[in-house]
Design a binder for this molecule. Sequence first.
Ligand SMILES: [Zn+2]
Length: 349
Amino acid sequence: MRAFYHPDQALHAPRQFMRYGVLTDPTDLPVRTERLLGALQQLGVEIETPSDYGREPALAVHPAHYLDYLDSAYPRWLELPNHGPEVLPNTFPYWNGDPAKDARPPCPTDQLLAQTGYYLGDLAVPISEFTYRSALRSTHTSTAAAEAVIAGEAPTYALCRPSGHHCRADRATGFCYMNNAAIAAQRLRSSFGKVAILDIDAHHGDGTQEIFYRRNDVMTVSVHVDTDHYNPFFTGRPHERGHGAGEGYNLNIPLAPGSGDEAFLAAVRDGAKAVTDFGAEVVVVALGYDTHAEDPLSMVKVTTEAFRQAGEIIGSMDVPKVIVQEGGYQISVIGDCLFGFLDACREPR
Ligand SMILES: [Zn+2]
C-alpha cells in the first residue's frame, strides 16, 4: 500500500479553540501527525511526499473566492487595530443550512470581518500564518492518494491534516478548511463512473454531504454520533437522503450516545453494504478515531480493537479504496487505531 503526507501540513498550529464559552487550548495539534506517521512506519509503509498540484484539485470542489479568502485573510487581519493572534469570526450571518436549498447568496461586501463571518462557520477554524498552506498541502495528499488508485494501486492512505469533512464548498468549520475526501472523490470521477464516500469519523460529515447532496454519481454515507446530542447538530439525520438527482444517494447512520463496538461495527457494516448496493467502483474512506472511548470529544465507547475490525469489514469490500484521515484527538490511542485499521484493511482475512 502507498501512503502520502507533506511536512507543510504540520505548519498549521492553531492556538485557540472555543469550548463551553472558554477560549481554550486546541485539540487539533501537530503531534497527532507524528503518531500517525509512527503507525505507518510500524506497518513498514513508506511515506511519500505528494506533488504540488497547486489549487487545481481544490477548485474542483471549492470556488476560487473561498480559496482567495483563506489565502488572504491572515495578512489582512494583521492590518486590523488590536487584532488577536488568529483570524476568528465575531459575526455569523443567518442561513438556514437546509441542504436541499440552493447555494447561499454571495457575501454582500468584501470587508474582512464580514467575509470572516461568511466563510468561517464556527470558532474551531482559526486562521494563522500557515493555515492556507497546510490546508492546500492536505488536498495534495488526498489527491496523490486518489491518483495512485487511478494508476491501479490500492489501497492508499492520505494522512490529511487539517481534516476536511466538515468543510462545505465555501465554508470552513470544525477544524476543516478544505474537503480532502470530497476532492479525492471528485478526482476519482475522472476514471470511475460511481464513487462512494464512507465516513466513519464520530462527527457527521456535513460538508461532504452538502457538496454531493444533489448528485447521483458520488454516494455519501456517514456513520456518526446522533446529532441530536453532538456536533455538528444541524444535519446528519436519516431523513436527509439527497435532493433532486441526488435523492437516495446520501445515507446517514446515527449512533446513540454511549454506543460500544457492537453498534459501531453494525453501522460500519450497514454503510459498507449501502456502498456495495450502490455499485461503487471505488470508495473513499473518511477515517476518524474520535469514536474511541478515550477521545476527549467522544460520546461513544469504541475500542482500539474495533478499528481493526472496521478495517476488516471495509477491506473485504471488493473495490479499490482511498483512505483519507479525518479526526481523532487522543494522542495515546490514534497510532494504534490507524495501525489496526490499515493492517486489516490491506489484507482482510
Ligand atoms: Zn470528528
